[in-house]
Write a new protein. Sequence first.
Length: 479
Amino acid sequence: MRGLETLNHTTSEEEAKLQYEYMEKAKAYVAAKAKEKGRPLTFCVNTFGCQMNARDSEKLVGILETIGYTEAEDEHADFVIYNTCTVRENANNKVYGRLGYLSNYKKKNPDMVIALCGCMMQEPTVVEKIRKSYRFVNLVFGTHNIYKFAELVCRCLESDSQIIDVWKDTDKIVEDLPVKRKFSFKSGVNIMFGCNNFCSYCIVPYVRGRERSREPKDIIREIEGLVQDGVCEVMLLGQNVNSYGKNLENPVTFAQLLREVNKIEGLKRIRFMTSHPKDLSDELIEAMKDCDKVCGHLHLPLQSGSSRILKKMNRHYDKEQYLTLVDKIRKAIPDIALTTDIIVGFPGETEEDFEETMDVVKRVQYDSAFTFIYSKRTGTPAATMEDQIPEEVIKDRFDRLLKEVQDISSHKSQLLEGKTVPVLAEEVNEHDSSLITGRLENNSVVHFPGTEDMIGNIYQVTLEECKGFYYLGKVADHA
Ligand code: 5AD
Ligand code: SF4
């Protein structure tokens, strides 16, 4: 792995310029190869994991299209890249499984380029395994040098040997490289990278590095550009958005940023992810309440309801503090939708600890919850803790939790039946073109009669029928 010192001798602007030069160079290689083959070259980007990775993949697609590749329908393509996740062990296993298939595709198309990037590649043991046992992989890079993708593609097209370029860290944020959005009307926007929290189960701080915030002016400029390009909803992305701006030369709080983003004309909705409960300030609650574009939805990971386990997880809040925070938020914003993440089977979790989690779930009544089985990540403090929980005990707890979460979630969906709520018209329905598909502030989907010209506007829609995970509705009047 490379260290920092040798790498950051260019400024962010110079780096972007350099990468555009590499794009030109790669474009010539791709055009020559396409001519030789008598057909356009194709690519496939396969994304694992979270919203951050989804956004990173849009950057990969932006560069691949700029240099002349066209998107393939599946992995039978000339350039296949996996943007990997490593938050849980099964994410790694999926990648190794898929690589087996890819090696067969490559036998039929020896010019095929196979690339791997993302969080999993930041783990030295993974890179070693690929170096030894997956020689057919052409390119491996990590999370810190993704902005060098054009340069790496060039190197790859010039060489037959396996290229591995993984950095330990970076302090650089390179702006203004090409991005190809998956959705025309909505977009993720990175506001910060990395995490400083070191929750004891979590590998993210090791693979994404320390917290770095983007300058507010760069964020605002990006969003203004997106709005001009037809985007009406943004999701501000960071591992812990509540600590946004602390390391900037002129520190800014997340609440202040939210108020600035809220002023952007033409933007209709603002979402954000993820909020750590320990850093959720009164200032942020005020800002959420005041800013009309900020959706009435908060994702507030609980992880465990047991104060004892929360301490072992290094979460810096206990059960009572979490519940008090929820009360405070609900008092300020009564209709807010709350969602969460919960881990079952953390080392040392007893039946009593688990009951505490169930108790919080019942009391908070989450609109939805992501439930995870604890996964031991080598290198994290929790991996060496005693008293890892047997699989069958975890499975039983997980099933009980899932049932509770699902029952509450479907009850909460039912409660909205008959209500009239603001809905952003997003797309013409895939199956019935007389319907428009839109989203509520809580992210649920509703289908309602409408026409294409409604897309991008917010309507008051009456939710006539709850169909479990979605609604059928009708426009009440224009908001
Ligand atoms: N095992 C299980 N779940 C985990 N998460 C993070 N690390 C682990 C782990 N080792 C979950 C947390 C986090 C979400 C993104 O993934 O709940 O909020
Ligand atoms: Fe992982 Fe905790 Fe950072 Fe979230 S806040 S990315 S769970 S270490």
